[in-house]
Design a protein around this ligand. Structure first.
Ligand SMILES: [Zn+2]
Length: 175
C-alpha cells in the first residue's frame, strides 16, 4: 500500500483547526500529523490540499438511505448505492438503519445487509445494523409509521436477535 502525504490542509483536530497542517499515512495507518511540513520520501504520494478542510471520517450510526435508495428496499443494490453515495461526502462508516416494519421486512433487511457486507469494497464501511422500532411509543414515533408500532414480543425479538450477528443497535421505547 502506497504511503500518502497530505499538506497545506486545514486540519480539524479535537480542539482546534491546524493550518497549514499535514497528515502522513504509512500503509493503512496515520503515522504523523501536525503543523507545517515534514520531509517524506520520494516514493510517497503527495497531495496538496490547497487550504481545504481535512477531518476524520464521519461515522453515521443512524442512516436510512441516500442516492435514491432506502435500506428498506432490502437489496444489495440499494445498500451499495447508499454506501457509495455517502462515502463521497466523508462518511467512512455507517450503521444501516431499518424503519418500523413488519417482521418479514426486518428479516429482508438483515439478509440484504449480510449479502451487501461481502460486496461493499468502495463505499462507507458497514459497521452493523441499527434496527429502529417497531417497539416504540406512539407519542414519540417521529417519522415511523404508526401502523407497524407494537409492544415488544419476546418471541419475535429473540428470534430476530438469534437470526443475525450484525445487529449492533436497536432503538426501542424504554417503557
Ligand atoms: Zn430513523
Amino acid at each position: 500500500m502506497q504511503s500518502i502525504y497530505i499538506n497545506n490542509a486545514r486540519l480539524i483536530s479535537n480542539d482546534r483547526i491546524v493550518y497549514p497542517g499535514y497528515v502522513y499515512v504509512q500503509g493503512s495507518k496515520i503515522s504523523d500529523l501536525g503543523e507545517g511540513d515534514i520531509n517524506v520520501g520520494e516514493d510517497v504520494k503527495k497531495i496538496d490540499a490547497c487550504g481545504k478542510y481535512l477531518s476524520p471520517g464521519f461515522i453515521d450510526i443512524h442512516i436510512h438511505g441516500g442516492g435514491g435508495y432506502d435500506f428498506m428496499d432490502a437489496t444489495v443494490e440499494a445498500f451499495l448505492g447508499i454506501a457509495n453515495t455517502h462515502v463521497q461526502y466523508g462518511t467512512t462508516g455507517m450503521c444501516p438503519t431499518s424503519l418500523t416494519a413488519e417482521t418479514e421486512n426486518i428479516y429482508r433487511v438483515l439478509d440484504a445487509y449480510d449479502s451487501a457486507l461481502k460486496e461493499n469494497k468502495q463505499g462507507s464501511k458497514f459497521l452493523g445494523v441499527h434496527l429502529e422500532g417497531p417497539y416504540l411509543a406512539m407519542g414519540q414515533r417521529g417519522a415511523q409509521d404508526p401502523k407497524y408500532i407494537r409492544n415488544p414480543n419476546p418471541e419475535e425479538y429473540k428470534a430476530i436477535l438469534a437470526y443475525s450477528d450484525h445487529i449492533v443497535r436497536w432503538s426501542a421505547a424504554p417503557e
